[in-house]
Ligand binder design. Sequence first.
Ligand SMILES: Cc1cc2nc3c(=O)[nH]c(=O)nc-3n(C[C@H](O)[C@H](O)[C@H](O)COP(=O)(O)OP(=O)(O)OC[C@H]3O[C@@H](n4cnc5c(N)ncnc54)[C@H](O)[C@@H]3O)c2cc1C
Length: 429
Amino acid sequence: MIQMECDILVVGAGVLGLSSAYYLKKGNPEKSVVVVDRLGGPGQGNSAKSEGGYRNLFTSESNYLLADSTIDFMHHMEDDMGHDLKLSEMGYLFLYSEEQYARYRGALKRIEERGSETRIIGKEELKGMIPGLVTDFEGDEEAELLGLEPVDMGVFGAKCGGVDADALVRAYESEFLKAGGETRYGTEVEELIIKPVEELEIPGEPFVWQDVHITGVKTSKGDIEAETTVVATGVWSEKLLDPVGLDSYMRPKKRQIFAFKDSRLSSLLEVKGFNSYGAIPLTILPKAAILFRPEFSEGTFWLACADDLGRAFGLEDEPEAEEDYYTNNVYHVLVKYFPCFEDVRPVNMWAGQYAINSFDSLPVVTGEEGLIYVGAASGSGIMKCDAIGRIVAAKYAGEEGAELYGGRRFKVADLGISERNVERETLII
Ligand SMILES: Cc1cc2nc3c(=O)[nH]c(=O)nc-3n(C[C@H](O)[C@H](O)[C@H](O)COP(=O)(O)OP(=O)(O)OC[C@H]3O[C@@H](n4cnc5c(N)ncnc54)[C@H](O)[C@@H]3O)c2cc1C
């Protein structure tokens, strides 16, 4: 049963599906472009669960280009296109021990030379800027037990901050609809349809000697035929790609966010010298990949942590945050550097999953024979979404390079697999 036909079908209405759909429709106004998602609205997969942090500080030149141009476009969306994305350019502050700083020094120099607007801040200056920050743990046996290193340096990135990920997704959706695209929510894709290019109408097709291609999808509401199917289903991509023998080049891993609203944290909003808000930037601790940032629209702080070794890979449909992960793990480290968190408990918490490409930590845009796959965003799909959407559209058009916002170019094949050409990212949080 055929429910509908279209030229381009995008499966997945997350930030990558909708940014791709927008550029596909914009570049091909005569083509019908349809986005489907199994959930009831846009961004309800992992996009809206994100911390919404963005940074242009990456060791990989490709990552830098993807993020830096997306940041510029998000400002353009706010300033010129009428979308309130709640962009707050508070900056990112990496707190480093002496050993960590020495390890990253070379990469940080290259980052600075690209014009990433970074500033190195010494320990004494940091203490003056952030009231209450503890940098030294001499004589603190507990800190020694936790293996905490003194803070020696801060690396501050000014062109970094936070965005309302839900608003960003909705902005792409509204631009896509304005351009004439169509969305269908509550439509679950069950499988990709694979057929011979030359159909012979013989039972048992496709045979191994036939050339095959993807001709659309089977959904909960009937089949959709499409000349090109874009799979943008985030961590769920393996469910569609595995059955047809294609790789998603990522593994899902749980990530959690804890939100705090407490007057004891007010000193973090009286921090001078980083941003126009007089607030602490998004701050990354030297230990346990713990980071937090103010969320100005709610008057809260959002804390995330990226546990790696010991945290299993595996797809979870409804991952739940673990309060004891905060109280028994994160809390003990956090409170040593920022004693203002003492006895402060989260008022809200949630969990989602990263689609981790642990080989080089960059996204993948690949595919052929009627299919484009975009994913493996490795925990930074929000901050690179605009560039990735443009690259998907350039791949569809068969162009060698995509023009990113601001005019810089990106070679499409660099994010593919067969001619992949990206530098492995080392500044991972
Ligand atoms: C806790 C957390 C914090 C994060 N923090 C940041 C951050 O600070 N900055 C940043 O840049 N990134 C961050 N990320 C990562 C970011 O959220 C992702 O990289 C990004 O959302 C990926 O977008 P996507 O469109 O690929 O996936 P998703 O947003 O997950 O979209 C996939 C969509 O596909 C749909 N779908 C799946 N299967 C089917 C099917 N069979 N049929 C129909 N529809 C289907 C889903 O319903 C979903 O809507 C964070 C992620 C998490 C979990």
